[in-house]
Design a protein around this ligand. Structure first.
Ligand SMILES: Nc1ncnc2c1ncn2[C@@H]1O[C@H](COP(=O)(O)OP(=O)(O)OP(=O)(O)O)[C@@H](O)[C@H]1O
Ligand SMILES: [Mg+2]
Length: 259
């Protein structure tokens, strides 16, 4: 027992490619550099957060799939692995996770499997950050049931801004039916490109939008090719090149989360 009580933040957006995974691994990395004990949970069968943290597992190593599956689940502690960095642990994903939908279809309480499975580790971490797939499925519903807060990356492009309506709708249904206490910690503008008019227009619209409870983060994540490069090397950009704008932006987000 460490007496910690994890703050559980899910990074969600049904739209693909908006920076969810990059945000999870770099916010996690940033918090770990501040001495916070962080667990990253990869709930995406694409395994991007797992790979982005440089973790490669054998086909039969336990993953979050084994933790939430119906027959003979394993305890979360048995599937959590250490990353190469201090204070930063991972509950890895597995391609089999995509089959969970079918497996849980007739299972009572199926939306609470992640929450129940992770209850024993909440006091080991200061933060649990959950990466989610770009879809609404039993996996994301499990994340919504488990999370206290949601962080929504939104590309500073018109389509992404429009897609926020859908997300706000989803969150209100989740509040009514599954998790009345869940709150939107903030919308995070991503892929911001100062030179383009459209990026600036969308950022202004986001800032003027009153629907976001808790508002918009002051931090804006700029387009930065070092971010994509670091993913290729299986390292958060915060560790890969601390002097990059990508690392700087994610450290600013870290400070904002801790403030
Ligand atoms: N600020 C950025 N600047 C440049 N490239 C970025 C930035 N953020 C993310 N990327 C790159 O864009 C791609 C999509 O990012 P990411 O994987 O984080 O999105 P995602 O929302 O998790 O996508 P998916 O919905 O498929 O899971 C990745 O190749 C990533 O390295
Ligand atoms: Mg992703």
């Amino acid at each position: 027992m460490t007496g910690k009580k994890a703050r559980i933040i899910a990074v969600v957006n049904e739209k693909g490619g908006v920076g969810k995974t990059v945000t999870v691994i770099n916010l996690g990395a940033g918090l770990s550099t501040k001495g916070k004990d962080v667990l990253i949970v990869d709930m995406d069968p694409q395994l991007n957060a797992t790979k982005g943290l440089g973790v490669s597992l054998d086909q039969d190593s336990p993953s979050v799939y084994d933790v939430i599956k119906v027959s003979e689940p394993v305890p979360a502690q048995a599937a959590i692995v250490k990353t190469a960095w201090e204070h930063l642990d991972l509950l890895p994903s597995h391609a089999d996770l995509s089959g969970v939908e079918i497996e849980l279809v007739d299972e009572p309480g199926r939306e609470n499997r992640l929450k129940e499975a992770l209850a024993p580790v909440l006091d080991l971490y200061d933060f649990i950050l959950v990466d989610t797939p770009p879809s609404l499925s039993v996996l994301t519903v499990n994340v919504f049931a488990f999370a206290q807060e949601i962080l929504v990356p939104c590309q500073t492009h018109p389509y992404s801004y429009g897609a926020l309506d859908e997300l706000l709708e989803t969150v209100s249904v989740i509040r009514e039916e599954i998790n009345p206490d869940i709150k939107i910690t903030g919308v995070l503008p991503t892929f911001f490109d100062q030179r383009t008019r459209v990026s600036n227009i969308v950022l202004d619209s986001l800032r003027a939008d009153e629907r976001f409870q808790g508002g918009l983060f002051d931090t804006v994540i700029r387009v930065n090719t070092t971010i994509a490069e670091s993913a290729y090397y299986g390292k958060p950009v915060v560790f890969f090149r601390r002097s990059s704008t990508g690392a700087g932006d994610y450290m600013a987000l870290t400070d904002e989360i801790l403030a």
